[in-house]
Design a protein around this ligand. Sequence first.
Ligand code: IPM
Ligand code: MN
Length: 356
Amino acid sequence: MKIAILPGDGIGPEIVAEAVKVLRALALPLEMETAPVGGAAYEAAGHPLPDATLALAQQADAVLFGAVGDWKYDTLPRPLRPEQAILGLRKQLGLFANFRPALCYEQLTHASSLKPELVAGLDILIIRELTGDIYFGQPRGRRAAPDGPFAGAEEAFDTMRYSRPEIERIARVAFEAARQRNRKVTSVDKANVLETFQLWKDVVTEVHRDYPDVELDHMYVDNAAMQLVKAPKKFDVIVTGNMFGDILSDEAAMLTGSIGMLPSASLNERGQGLYEPSHGSAPDIAGKGVANPLATILSAAMMLRYSLKQPEAADRIEAAVQRVLAQGLRTADIASPGCTVVGTAQMGDAVVRALG
Ligand code: IPM
Ligand code: MN
């Protein structure tokens, strides 16, 4: 089993190193090869997603990705910015289905910004479409406004687009996932305003006919943002487009106490996947050895489960993380009174020990 390791920028290298430590401790036949990505690759090779890095990712059974981005690259032309690396990987590998679970660990109930009773036992799964929508829609660009009250002034435009097959396949992913859980899907749209999301709603409704055992409801994105902080436990699976999913998954992550705990998986039609923490590169704490590696370690567990078909190994990692939390070990982002605050590497070592 071949894994491409792409640490990236900011805290990426530190947290990925801990996940690699945990993977090695499993003593599985894993072949790991590392390549630069993001700002690190721009520095080394002049491009955030060098051909060699893309080729390595394409040949691998799975990709373990850290994070990309740093404010210092904000002035680069867009095609050279670190974010283009992750967007390029998603598009080139066809990683259309993004799983972002938001799970509130019992020990972290009090780390949430919401009242403990609202989040205790929270277990929701956001399924974000990842290769379409306004993120990739053409045309986009800048021009002189051709009409309207500001005709002639500089304007910028992006295009929100979804095709029927794109919506169908992500809807199927969501209904199938719901069958493994509590059989409830909430499709989030903005059909009251946007034609793109009227099609979304229509197609999700049609696909639902094949899944009569799963409950489906539709919610406008503004209401969904509100319901997530009002009564998050009412959700099971949320399926939505690329941009709404980006926003709602950060919101859902914070319900669980820390975005530093949340893994993610991005899959294509062949089951090949890219696994990354849901958080970013956090340049403000990079190199300090304080970042929480658990989201990346849990992403490695998702990789073992979804792409490498090693469910027992995935269970072992997840159980080890539970044990470490039960022992009272915490990185700074999830620290609470009475717990022991540890650094990134200490946390990784503790997970390795807890593998048993
Ligand atoms: C994410 C990130 C990315 C996104 C950025 C870094 C391009 O915010 O994975 O959620 O917007 O998809
Ligand atoms: Mn995001």
